[in-house]
Design a protein around this ligand. Structure first.
Ligand SMILES: NC(=O)c1ccc[n+]([C@@H]2O[C@H](COP(=O)([O-])OP(=O)(O)OC[C@H]3O[C@@H](n4cnc5c(N)ncnc54)[C@H](O)[C@@H]3O)[C@@H](O)[C@H]2O)c1
Length: 272
């Protein structure tokens, strides 16, 4: 029995592309999928970061390649998928992880700031999904697409997260639409919605002289019943689960990985 359960999560023979995997959540996801047996494509704009992640995976005896690709550039995305076909084989598991924030209040936001966020977060996610989906459909063996969205796409954050939140809300709807469109091809499309996770983004905020780091963390924790900030490793288990046969009947799901944040009513309190 235990070995059968273990096999449910086995990703041997799969090729997984993780975008934005040079650091943070993407890096941990790449390591986690490699540990389950998948061959890994690490893509990012940060070439040094890509090299380091690829070397770590290879040093553990797994197959990995790195490709520098800017998610804001449709031509680079197209060429990346051709390179993946040529060098490691068709992508069976796509993790849309790239995400950027331009903090600006809606009344002040320029069209350039808006378009930057929409291009990287939303159009990049669509184009990667389209490239992967076309190949999965042609090959006829199904596949799996997981986007790292955010609780910001489910409820509003305020504080100048406007374009980011809108892009994540659209990724949630992209997830449902693709799940319905591509179910007949056996392609499962899901999204994970983290709350605050300890990566460079949070680090930049806590180091920003405009913020009092202690009160920032205190304010964040007020909304998280499990009473801690997420770690990149918290996202790995849900991704492995969704990518594996254990989730064979799950598609179109938006799964909060948020320590209970979206379960907590705004008028409620974990400290009552
Ligand atoms: N950290 C959090 O608190 C948090 C919370 C919810 C959701 N998320 C989402 O998780 C994902 C990963 O977040 P993170 O905190 O690990 O981010 P991060 O900033 O630590 O890492 C993002 C990676 O994406 C790369 N990148 C940036 N722009 C790119 C582009 N145009 N093309 C290719 N690569 C690019 C960066 O070089 C970096 O390696 C994002 O989609 C983010 O929105 C993060």
């Amino acid at each position: 029995m235990p070995s059968q359960q273990h096999e449910l999560f086995d990703l041997s023979g799969q090729v997984a592309l993780v975008t934005g995997a040079a650091t943070g959540i993407g890096k941990e996801i790449a390591f986690g999928l490699a540990r389950q047996g998948a061959d890994i494509v690490v893509s990012d704009i940060d070439l040094d970061g890509i090299r380091s992640v690829v070397e770590t995976i290879q040093s553990e005896g797994r197959r990995a390649i790195g490709i520098q690709c800017d998610n804001a550039e449709p031509k680079q995305i197209h060429e990346m998928f051709i390179e993946i076909d040529r060098s490691i084989g068709m992508v069976n598991i796509l993790i849309n992880n790239v995400g950027i924030i331009v903090r600006q209040h809606p009344e002040e936001m320029t069209v350039e700031e808006w378009e930057k966020v929409i291009k990287v977060n939303l159009t990049g996610t669509f184009l990667c999904s389209q490239e992967a989906g076309k190949r999965m459909i042609a090959a006829g063996g199904g596949g799996c697409i997981i986007s790292i969205s955010s609780i910001a796409g489910w409820t509003a954050l305020g504080r100048g997260n406007f374009a980011y939140s809108v892009s994540k809300g659209a990724i949630n709807q992209l997830t449902r639409e693709l799940a319905v469109e591509w179910a007949k091809y056996g392609i499962r499309v899901n999204a994970i919605l983290p709350a605050q996770v300890r990566t460079t983004y949070l680090q930049r905020l806590t180091e920003d002289p405009n913020f009092d780091a202690d009160s920032l963390i205190h304010d964040i924790l007020k909304g998280i019943p499990l009473n801690r900030i997420g770690e990149p490793s918290d996202i790995v288990g849900p991704v492995v689960f969704l990518a594996s046969d254990a989730a064979a009947f799950i598609t179109g799901a938006l799964i909060p990985v948020d320590g209970g944040n979206t379960a907590l009513n705004a008028g409620g309190s974990k400290d009552w």
